[in-house]
Ligand binder design. Structure first.
Ligand code: NZQ
Ligand code: ZN
Length: 389
């Protein structure tokens, strides 16, 4: 196991009606003037925004509102939010929505304190040093931004999508009410579930040996997602299944399952190019790409793939790790298909000419590769894109 430090200070408030506590939580974490940031309308239609505003008013907390965050959040709204906060003296950012809203809120929270252009930190993946405090009321389990120290933004001028980090970007609190996810369309539920699974797989495929405790924690989350996702697709108002998925989403990305081990993240890098270019839904892109990446990575460590196949899908080891591992990859393909995810990039609206273009836009390490489990070159990236085109 590698040396590590782990600090996940977010205060989670989980369960039915918990959004009513938002005002008290903002007060507890020092907010006096809040920017409520939200998306394209689901939080308005469900009445959630009204309930959150009421809870702030009851605590005597003033607020501004800024809606309109779109999936794959754009830099232009971040600039607008930064201006609004500076002009009105906002000292706390409250995100009401999904990963896109939370990431936009984080960028605003950091941008207010940055002298110059916030985008320079995102473009170069430079950790941000400081931000206003952030709170979240989550409406879709997916990105894990409610527990992570990341934020991913698309610069629509250059169509470049990049994420940065910063311990200050971990929310002070996150309100997780599974009932708020009942209204999710099946496509968003399944895309979100695929993203949660991908966050675990990016950590599971590691070159670090003897990390049994985090292996087992990863497997617990994967087994939960494989079991619960079809249940909510079948029955969108199943509270218990929604609750398990919501908590899995937060645990999948606060890094409790990733400490002490090298992590990969090649598939996320491959996906961000799809989202940047053709506005693909992040989780759906991952559902297509992950099995293709696995095929490429299988020869590197067939034993680990066989372990995944037997422990997650109960596949009997045939005595040949490569063959068993391949059955595990097929099982992931079948699973993503069962929950309604596409299996090709073409179905996601990608064009064949996009493939070399995206492969050459990937951000590379100094040695010209990306990813860690197997270092990949742009040529490898194009091969993976073509394999699932
Ligand atoms: O905008 P509204 O109207 O709210 O609709 C949203 C949006 O269209 C809808 N939705 C959300 N909650 C709903 C709902 N519809 C009905 N009922 C509800 N309760 O769902 C759509 C998708 O929302 P979005 O916030 O985009 O989803 P998600 O949470 O998957 O976030 C995706 C973004 O997060 C980034 C992705 O790259 C992508 O930009 N990620 C952020 C990470 C992080 N900060 O740690 C890590 C991830 O790997 C990921 O990259
Ligand atoms: Zn993700």
């Amino acid at each position: 196991m590698l040396n590590f430090e782990f600090c996940s200070p977010t205060h989670f408030v989980f369960g039915k009606d918990t959004e009513a506590k938002t005002g008290a939580l903002v007060k507890q974490y020092g907010g006096t003037k809040v920017l409520i940031h939200y998306g394209g309308g689901s939080a308005v239609r469900s009445g959630l925004l009204d309930r959150v505003e009421k809870s702030l008013t009851e605590e005597g907390i003033l607020f501004e509102t800024l809606g309109g965050v779109q999936p794959n959040p754009r830099s232009s709204l971040v600039y607008e939010g930064i201006d609004l906060c500076r002009k009105t003296g906002v000292d706390f950012i409250l995100a009401v929505g999904g990963g896109s809203v939370i990431d936009s809120a984080k960028a605003i929270a950091a941008g207010v304190l940055i002298d110059g252009d916030f985008w320079q930190y995102w473009e170069t993946k430079t950790p941000v040093p400081a931000s206003l405090p952030i709170g979240t009321v989550l409406t879709i389990p997916a990105a894990g931004s409610e527990s992570s120290h990341n934020s991913v933004i698309t610069n629509e001028k250059t169509m470049v999508k990049r994420g940065t980090t910063g311990q200050c970007l971990r929310p002070k609190f996150s309100v997780l009410n599974p009932e708020l996810t009942f209204t999710l369309p099946a496509w968003q539920t399944a895309s979100g579930a695929s993203d949660i699974i991908a966050h675990v797989l990016e950590r599971y495929f590691t070159n670090t040996e003897d990390v049994e405790v985090t292996d087992r924690l990863c497997e617990a989350l994967l087994l939960t997602m494989v079991h619960e996702t079809p249940r909510v697709i079948e029955n969108p108002t199943c509270y218990e299944a929604r609750a398990n998925i919501m908590w899995a989403g937060a645990l999948a990305h606060n890094n409790v399952v990733g400490v002490g081990r090298e992590q990969d993240w090649a598939t996320h890098a491959l996906e961000h190019e799809l989202s940047a270019l053709r506005d693909v839904t992040h989780g759906a892109g991952l559902a297509v790409l992950f099995p293709a990446w696995m095929e490429k990575a299988l020869p590197h460590n067939p034993k680990l793939f066989a372990k995944m196949a037997t422990r997650i899908f109960g596949i009997e080891n045939t005595g040949d790790d490569t063959e068993t591992g391949r059955l595990g990859i097929c099982a992931w393909r079948d699973f993503f298909h069962t929950i309604g995810m596409p299996s090709t990039l073409r179905e996601l609206g990608m064009k064949e000419e996009d493939l070399p273009y995206m492969a050459n836009r990937l951000m590379l390490k100094k040695d010209g590769t990306f990813g860690n489990f197997i270092p990949l070159t742009p040529a490898d990236a194009e091969e993976i894109y073509r394999a699932c085109f």
